[in-house]
Design a protein around this ligand. Structure first.
Ligand code: PEP
Length: 262
């Protein structure tokens, strides 16, 4: 069977979220990834790794030494809303930018659950990202209980409204739809379920941001792996993926990028 290449109007983004994984020893995965991106194949997508903050500047330096600054973007995993101040353990968007990030994930469900982050706080982080000149990758998604109750669209619609400030554009904001129950579980929604949510999000973005809402990328995240990437990335209004576990090795991550092989 010939492999179908995913075609979409918007240039997709495949971003890897390393979460609290990765030390200097894992930089070899980025080296290998860059080798893939620099090889004979062309990928019709943007590619990003969001490592722990401790690795950002080291990976930025590695990327420069490999002459791969245009091939691989780097992102943070969270930021504080303030520029600086008495916030022990936190990192500001400006600090991430200085370390080499061009984007930052905000409102990931692990931040919302582990740290009790609210839509209002996530919105302030999106504003911080914009202030620093970073693209905010803003995450939303329903729990299994909410899905079973038939509340998915209501839940993600509320998160979208509450977590995005005015002034979002296609270049400063990316949405990531990540059903909480699909993250790290090996479970994924059906393509019909993904299509339903992404269409609803697209319409909501268009209502709120007009033309910008049509060109803002909406990523799917939750147990994306090489074996399901083709199918998930082919769903209308899925403009790429936010990948957790499968982004930790160059081999798996490249297998996902293959959905966009040109
Ligand atoms: C994530 O945490 O953003 C994620 C999508 O994780 P995983 O791919 O491991 O489900």
């Amino acid at each position: 069977m010939t492999k179908k290449t995913v075609k979409t109007k918007l240039r997709p983004l495949v971003a890897g979220n390393w979460k609290m994984n990765g030390t200097g020893a894992d930089m070899k995965q980025v080296r290998a990834l860059v080798k893939t991106l620099s090889g004979n194949h062309r990928y019709a997508c943007d590619t990003m790794i969001c490592p722990p903050a401790t690795l950002l500047s080291r990976l930025a330096a590695l990327r420069t030494s490999l002459k791969a600054s245009r091939k691989l973007a780097l992102g943070g995993q969270d930021c504080h809303a303030a520029v600086s101040g008495a916030h022990t353990g936190d990192v500001s968007a400006e600090m991430l930018k200085e370390a080499g990030a061009s984007a930052v994930i905000v409102g990931h469900s692990e931040r919302r659950s582990d740290h009790g982050e609210t839509d209002k706080q996530v919105k302030a982080k999106v504003e911080a990202a914009h202030r620093a000149g970073l693209t905010a990758i803003m995450c939303i998604g329903e729990s299994l209980k909410q899905r079973k109750a038939g509340d998915t669209l209501k839940v993600v619609g509320k998160q979208l409204r509450g977590s995005l400030p005015d002034g979002c554009t296609a270049s400063n904001t990316v949405i990531a739809y990540e059903p909480v129950w699909a993250i790290g579980s090996g479970l994924t929604p059906t393509v019909e379920q993904v299509a339903q949510v992404h269409l609803a999000l697209r319409k909501a973005l268009q209502r709120r941001f007009g033309e910008a809402g049509s060109t803002m990328r909406i990523l799917y995240g939750g147990s994306v792996k090489p074996s399901n990437a083709d199918e998930l990335m082919a769903v209308p209004h899925v403009n790429g993926a936010l990948v957790g576990g499968a982004s930790l090795t160059a081999r798996d991550f490249s297998g996902i990028l293959a959905a966009y092989k040109a």
